[in-house]
Write a protein that binds this ligand. Structure first.
Ligand code: HPA
Length: 405
């Protein structure tokens, strides 16, 4: 590795940086073992300057090589120098996300990062077209929204589940968009899911409210949720609240109960991150539902006198309800709730860096736990009753968030 450092250091001393006086040297190693070095070359016309990494890559290409297996950067100053956004993309063109990039001072102080650590969004010709298209659609959707909605940018996004769509009607200063008018947005086809995005304020907090979501049982993929989440991010949201109607696997948490989701089990057989965005697909899910938000939700629920249980939500693709044998199996897996939604959105939100809080409204005891048959109509009517309690809790929550700016 020393040879790579030496080559980068040599280039560092030769760099041409009379304007910034910030010299940078870079060296890349190709799989052949050959090392190509480059220095930054500044120009009075600032954008015409070259970065050291770009120069090293150009030298490699001119030598007929096309792959970087290791990279080193040397720069002076208080902090080690990482490649600029443009050079991260340049490196992504010729290296795997696990490319090791060693950052040095001329005195050989070193830190090693990977390209994936540095690269927020990779561009890759082979399998990222869908990701690109989606990101483009989300940016266009956000632009459409910003163009005709002049209110404050939303701080919290909320996805309303079966029977909860009426919450959006109490939003003040509202602007509404049908999903059909937003590029790339899926069209829900289930009763109780209207397919509208409503922006406005609740208790002074700017929010974006998705009235309706898509489900796998409508023939959509888990990835269809990504656009909703990406649009929220583009609009500036940092927090996502998901709500759903669910069956309960606990007889002590009956119909009408409100449950805070503490974790989930994904039995959908799909993940929204499959395929695109190779550099960032390995998302940590060890705290999918933010513990701080959960603690706050309990605090507010106690203060407001709203009953709030905790539970693990298990997602199945549906659309048929479960068999009693499946429910017994799910109990063994550690599930408290069962439903057909939510999990793709939560994965997409964690991928996007949003904090997530989730609530289930129990509409029925799960299959085999009571005498009656299960129906979607029952889901809708039960959700409407317990939905009022959830509304009360969310209002108090949003009021508190608005108070904290
Ligand atoms: N199973 C799956 N999804 C549901 C249920 C259920 O019992 N109740 C409401 N959504």
């Amino acid at each position: 590795m020393n040879d790579l450092f030496e080559a980068a250091k040599d280039a560092f001393f030769k760099a041409y940086a009379p304007y910034s006086t910030f010299k940078v040297g870079a060296a890349v190693r190709a799989p052949s073992g050959a090392i190509y070095a480059g220095a930054n070359v500044e120009n009075a016309a600032y954008p015409l300057g070259n970065c050291a990494e770009a120069s090293a890559i150009a030298a490699m290409i001119a030598a007929g090589e096309r792959w970087v297996s290791e990279a080193a950067i040397v720069a002076d100053g208080d902090r080690l120098c990482t490649p600029c956004g443009g050079c991260r993309q340049r490196l992504a063109e010729f290296a795997e996300p696990n490319l090791k990039i060693h950052l040095y001072s001329p005195q050989a102080h070193r830190k090693t990062l990977t390209l994936a650590d540095l690269l927020p969004y990779s561009f890759d010709l082979s399998d990222n077209e869908r990701a690109h298209q989606m990101t483009k659609d989300a940016m266009t959707a956000a632009a459409v929204i910003r163009q005709s909605y002049c209110g404050d940018a939303p701080k919290v996004g909320i996805i309303l589940g079966s029977g909860l769509g009426r919450f959006a009607e109490s939003i003040e200063e509202a602007g509404a968009f049908d999903y059909v008018d937003l590029p790339g947005f899926p069209r829900p086809s289930v009763e109780g899911h209207s397919g509208r995005l409503v922006l406005g304020k609740i208790e002074g907090l700017p929010i974006a409210c998705f009235q309706g979501r898509v489900h796998l049982y409508e023939g959509k993929t888990a990835a269809a949720s990504m656009i909703l989440i990406q649009t929220l991010c583009d609009l500036g949201c940092k927090t996502l609240v998901v709500t759903n109607a669910a069956g309960s696997l606990r007889s002590d948490v009956g119909p009408g109960s409100l449950v805070l989701i503490e974790d989930h089990i994904n039995l959908l057989g799909q993940n929204p991150l499959t395929g695109p965005d190779t550099a960032r697909r390995f998302v940590d899910m060890s705290e999918a539902y933010c513990s701080k938000l959960r603690a706050k939700a309990h605090q507010i629920a106690t203060r407001e006198g709203v009953g709030l249980a905790n539970g693990v939500y298990l997602a199945t693709p549906g659309p048929s309800f479960e068999t009693p044998a499946e429910i017994r199996a799910f109990k063994g897996l550690g599930a408290d709730l069962v439903g057909m939604s939510t999990v793709p959105e939560v994965i997409a939100a964690r991928h996007a860096g949003l904090s997530v809080m989730g609530f289930s409204i129990v509409t029925n005891l799960a299959a085999g736990m009571s005498s009656g048959a299960l129906s979607h109509q029952e889901t809708l009517s039960e959700a409407a009753v317990a939905g009022k309690e959830l509304e009360r809790l969310l209002r108090a929550f949003f009021k508190e968030l608005a108070g904290h700016g």
